[in-house]
Ligand binder design. Structure first.
Ligand SMILES: [Zn+2]
Length: 482
């Protein structure tokens, strides 16, 4: 995101504003011919009148004409159901029934969470958990399929199926294959790696799909319930990228369920970049080849320089040296050393500056090591920097209908939530100007990405109702005529 936040719009969209007015008029004529001809006729009449009447009279006529021309029905962008309609949702008998179902079936929801959490799903190996989600969604009257990269997509056809709303929860975890996952109880607390992130989101996805099915709710817009792959780490949001690619033109809103809580809503996407530095050399024996340039030495020299780089407090900018590897044994000069670095900032320009600094520091570290090596002639170090992940920034516009729906849902459950900036699956749609938020799915959780991760389901019904109402707020109900 740049300071102005304009980079949230795709290039083509940004270019739109610089197009000649003539084209803009042509577009409005295509979208709404009746309105176009109405305005044309009024403007012609006003021009004629202004030749004969005093200015004040002309102004009054103009104001009346504009008021008359204001659409009774929202058009194009404002066709999203608005706050008032969302706040009336809980009065609808079917919606009431779905809300009640959520209240009465909390044990079912928690059971799904435990079951899914215990199926390991490291990024790039989500298949087993995906299959379990697919089986449950299939039982909820949805037509379910798995796309080519492994996203499970359950479709609830709306009355108007040319527009879709996505409710998503990521399947993957940061825990590598072989991590033992058994959910244990500590009082009301459930403890296991991934129990909250994203056991909570997945359980809510299934629960809301089931509540809608039981209450026989037919939406106006098609709803896609998605359990997606590749959110964590080097998954690099590949699941969400594929979804947006596949449905881009039809998507009207994306609601991402990630973790627990109801106290925040992610409306701003935190940009990040992940890079891997690799330094290679000939390698050798620790005693007999001493003096030969050493890739680990070079990496350490460069890393120390980089750690001392100053980054701004505002816009908040961070870096993390997250993984360092290299060498084969204590008595060998290594032939390779690698380092993975995570760079984040509220301003994408700062990320570019940090990456440039990292390059300079590593180049200097390699140079220092070569200069200090006694046996330089016996080997040269090479280095490269590879991009292993990039998450674009973006921001939800303040007049978002999706945010209106969320606020109405918050009002209904008596909740106040703050807007937050974070790095989630919502980064992709937000970076493309598509309405998207990420929210927690209720209850409380902590210790995310650690082996002691925990979840407490107390008041999780509030989170589930918040998800249901926000979703139906943007999908609308089939009985409504927008
Ligand atoms: Zn997550």
């Amino acid at each position: 995101m740049t300071k102005s936040g304009r980079s949230a719009l795709p290039l083509a969209q940004r270019c739109d504003s610089s197009r000649p007015l003539r084209l803009a008029g042509a577009r409005s004529r295509e979208r709404n011919p009746a309105r176009f001809w109405f305005f044309s006729s009024v403007s012609f009449l006003l021009r004629r009148l202004s030749m004969r009447l005093p200015f004040v009279t002309v102004k009054r006529v103009a104001v009346c004409a504009i008021l008359l021309a204001m659409p009774i029905r929202p058009s194009v962008i404002s066709a999203m159901p608005r706050h008032t309609r969302t706040s009336a949702l809980p009065d609808q008998p079917q919606v009431r029934e779905a809300l009640e179902w959520l209240d009465k079936n909390l044990d079912w929801t928690t059971a799904q969470q435990i079951r899914l959490t215990e199926i390991p799903a490291p990024s790039f190996h989500e298949e087993k958990r995906a299959q379990a989600v697919k089986d449950i969604l299939s039982a909820e009257g949805l037509s379910v399929f798995t796309d080519k990269i492994g996203n499970v997509i359950g479709e609830l056809r709306g009355a108007q199926d040319k527009e879709v709303v996505l409710l998503t929860a990521h399947l993957d975890t940061v825990f590598p294959e072989g991590t033992e996952i058994n959910v244990t109880r500590d009082g009301d607390r459930l403890v296991a790696p991934g129990i909250s992130d994203n056991g909570t989101g997945l359980a809510a996805l299934l629960s809301v799909a089931r509540a809608i099915h039981v209450a026989k709710i037919k939406p106006q817009r098609t709803i896609l319930f998605v359990a997606n792959v590749g959110e964590e780490g080097e998954g690099n949001l590949r699941g969400m990228r594929a979804l947006i690619d596949a449905y881009q033109a039809k998507i009207r809103a994306v609601i991402v369920l990630d973790g627990s809580g109801i106290d925040y809503v992610t409306t701003k996407a935190l940009a990040s970049r992940r890079v891997e530095v690799a330094i290679t050399g000939p390698g050798g024996h620790s005693w007999s080849d001493f003096g030969m340039p050493n890739p680990i030495n070079a990496l350490v020299r460069g890393s120390v320089r980089f750690i001392n780089t100053k980054v701004p407090v505002a816009p908040r900018t961070t870096f993390n040296l997250g993984q360092i590897e290299g060498g084969t044994s204590v008595n060998s000069i290594p032939y390779e050393a690698t380092l993975k670095v995570d760079l984040r900032s509220e301003n994408e320009d700062e990320i570019g500056r940090m990456e440039a600094a990292l390059r300079e520091c590593i180049a200097a570290g390699v140079r220092d090591e070569m200069d200090n090596a006694r046996e330089r002639s016996r080997g040269k170090l090479e280095w490269k920097l590879n991009l292993i992940g990039s998450r674009p920034g973006g921001e939800l516009l303040p007049n978002s209908a999706l945010l209106d729906s969320l606020r109405a849902a918050d009002d209904f459950i008596g909740n106040k939530s703050r807007n937050e900036r974070s790095s989630t699956d919502a980064n992709i749609p937000l970076s493309m100007g598509i309405e998207a938020i990420a929210i927690g799915a209720g209850g409380n959780g902590g210790g995310a990405h650690s082996l002691d991760e925990w979840y407490e389901p107390a008041e999780r019904e509030l989170g589930l109702k918040r998800v249901l109402l926000t979703l139906l707020g943007v999908s609308g109900l089939a009985s409504e005529r927008p």
